[in-house]
Design a protein around this ligand. Structure first.
Ligand code: EPS
Length: 391
């Protein structure tokens, strides 16, 4: 079974979140410490609300592992909610005044109720803990193929970092990112983002931002131009847009491609026979405007994806709304929330991007065990390197 999929279940204030991952080959070492570290990172970042002082997310593996290695069966992961109170009507009352920007209004109409509670419980970004667990597990598979993912905060409001991640600077960047309160590996931009979030708190407002993920070590040929649903760029965009509050996705240059001519966009192709051991197999591209994807397939350059998150839709100062029971004008209901979750969003984005790359890797190299998958991978690389080589 080489189709890698996952599904999550769970409400924000239900007993637990669940992630069910299918299609992992056997023999992959799951670094549970890394999974928990990613869950911990997702809980952090300047601007988070009181909920994160209640929760301390940890992954409990209910199936699919033996002695810390995958066995080829579905992997069920549980993350317990400490703030579990879904059936307590006093602590978790109905919500009749929908928050502009949240799923409240659309969901209440969809499910034919004037109470937005059920909608908001599932729509809540608390669910991203389960996606982070799935993404961290996918990253354990990617590591076995030398693939590394790096997600960070590119900017928020007026602040933008000009940092240009490379494979060679990855460890330094990780240190810089993890030292930043908003997961931005650029001290000046990080300070400015923290300041903006601080100001938003004073103003009873909220802040979104831009996250970026780079994936290093991906060989050419993942994804496919054969069908639109197989294009890896389309899948990455879908995965990123599937994160709560994300409103746009860019790959490589993104929107900037529309402001340049072809000669300023397309990455020249050179060949360096001394570098065939690198992920690009010697096909060196001096620029990476394509973000590692051409024709919906990886081209051996790092994958670069950016996503913009809107500001959190629960504001301390409330916004104009309507009471769903009477249709009278009112103010949106306040629910405890974050001022900004942009740092957390960068962890989630890294996770969902990693999962899509792992899914594409499974599709191309199949196999039921890691050994079989790796043998297929090596055979492909040997054949690819032989293409066009002088005989
Ligand atoms: C969220 C509202 C807040 C956030 C939550 C997302 O939850 P609560 O109402 O319990 O304070 O903290 O995010 C998380 C709990 C999390 O772990 O990321 C929302 O409405 O989307």
């Amino acid at each position: 079974m080489s189709q890698l999929t996952y599904r999550t279940a769970g409400e924000s204030h239900g007993p637990a979140l669940i992630s069910l991952i299918e299609g992992m080959p056997s023999g992959v070492t799951i670094d549970a410490t890394f999974v928990d570290a990613e869950l911990h990172r997702r809980q952090g970042g300047y601007g988070r609300g009181a909920r994160q002082r209640i929760e301390s997310d940890r992954a409990t593996f209910l199936s699919g592992l033996r002695h810390g290695e995958t066995i080829g069966s579905p992997i069920a992961v549980q993350i317990a909610n400490a703030d579990s109170r879904l059936d307590d009507n006093e602590k978790t009352p109905p919500v009749f005044r929908p928050r502009p920007g949240h799923a409240d209004l659309a969901g209440s109409i969809k499910w034919l109720t004037t109470d937005c509670r059920a909608t908001l419980e599932r729509a809540s970004a608390r669910e991203t803990a389960a996606r982070t667990a799935a993404g961290a597990i996918a990253q354990c598979l990617l590591r076995a193929f030398g693939i590394e993912c790096f997600g960070f905060v590119r900017g928020a409001l007026a602040a933008t970092s000009s940092v240009a991640p490379t494979h060679a600077t990855l460890s330094q960047l990780r240190i810089a990112r993890d030292a930043s309160e908003v997961y931005c590996p650029d001290v000046a931009a990080s300070t400015a983002i923290v300041q903006s979030i601080h100001q938003a708190k004073i103003d009873k407002d909220t802040v979104g931002g831009v996250c970026e993920v780079h994936v290093f070590g991906v060989i050419p040929g993942l994804g496919s131009c054969a069908s639109s649903d197989l294009r890896l760029d389309a899948r990455l965009a879908g995965a990123v847009m599937g994160i709560q509050a994300f409103k746009s996705v860019e790959i490589g240059l993104g929107h900037e491609v529309a402001r340049r001519t072809g000669s300023q966009v397309h990455d020249a192709i050179h060949f360096d026979g001394a570098r065939t051991g690198e992920s690009h197999l010697g096909f060196v591209r001096p620029t990476n405007n394509a973000g590692g994807l051409e024709g919906g397939m990886t081209n051996g350059m790092p994958i670069v994806v950016r996503g913009a998150m809107k500001p959190i839709s629960t504001l301390l100062r409330a916004l104009p709304s309507v009471d769903l029971r009477t249709h009278e004008p009112t103010q949106s209901q306040y629910e405890r929330s974050d001022i900004s979750a942009i740092g957390a969003a960068s962890v989630v984005m890294q996770s969902v991007v990693a999962f899509e790359v792992a899914r594409a890797l499974r599709e191309k190299f199949g196999g039921d065990s890691l050994g079989e998958m790796r043998a297929n991978y090596e055979a492909f690389l040997t054949a690819a390197r032989a293409l066009g080589a002088p005989r």
